[in-house]
Design a binder for this molecule. Structure first.
Ligand code: ITT
Length: 202
């Protein structure tokens, strides 16, 4: 079975492939379909954006499509950067500038005031429309400086209290067992399995 992931983010795609590897799907992404429609991410929630990515892409592809929208929510910033996580410091989508902006905004705040969580919404759609949308979260703190080079985005800042280390330091093996993306995809996996069974039966 083919699955198209409606993303242009290569690191996100790699994580999705790693987490879903048990399903033995043929996974491709928008990088393989340069003529796929451009999706304007103007939803107010992660779920809305994920659904839009999946439905708009599936409308022109004869395949099951997975839309993923994710980001970081920081308590002390009223939930920001939220759905604007990728472009928090501007249109250029720079991970380094985004991290520096977060550090600036939290300057002087002690660890208990640095609570944050990642959110990942995953939507599935085919040419007939939306099949389902699920969400996963992962709770942590914002570190005082960037640490580690694993992962992407805010991972060098995202501290997992139980380990006293950031996702940037912990690496994929641990991240993929507890991340927001792992949690959302565990739910999505059940929807995909049902979809495959239904297709086989028809
Ligand atoms: P697509 O829209 O093409 O999928 P994108 O990177 O623009 O790619 P999003 O709009 O979903 O994707 O923004 C996600 C941003 O949230 C991402 O660029 C990071 O800044 C942050 N983010 C999400 N998940 C993350 C993770 O697991 N680790 C670190 N940062 C993450």
């Amino acid at each position: 079975m083919r699955l198209i992931v409606a993303t242009k983010n290569k690191k996100k795609l790699q994580e999705i492939k790693d987490i879903l590897k048990g399903l033995k799907l043929q996974i491709s992404s928008l990088a393989d379909y340069p003529r796929a429609p451009r999706i304007v991410e103007n939803g107010k929630t992660f779920k809305e954006n994920a659904a839009k990515k999946a439905v708009k892409t599936a409308a022109v592809m004869n395949a099951l499509v997975l839309g993923e929208d994710s980001g970081l929510s920081i308590d002390a910033l009223g939930g920001a950067p939220g759905v604007y996580s990728a472009r928090f410091s501007g249109k250029a989508k720079s991970d380094l500038q985004n991290n520096l902006k977060v550090l600036r905004l939290l300057e002087g705040k002690p660890l208990p005031k640095r609570k944050a969580h990642y959110v990942c919404a995953v939507a599935l759609a085919d040419k007939d429309g939306l099949i389902g949308v699920v969400e996963g979260k992962c709770y942590g703190r914002i570190a005082f400086a960037q640490k580690g080079s694993h992962g992407f985005g805010y991972d060098p800042l995202f501290l997992i209290p139980g380990y006293g280390k950031t996702f940037g330091q912990l690496g994929e093996a641990i991240k993929h067992k507890m991340s927001h993306r792992f949690r959302a995809l565990s739910k999505a996996q059940k929807i995909i399995q049902k979809y495959i069974e239904k297709q086989r039966a028809s």
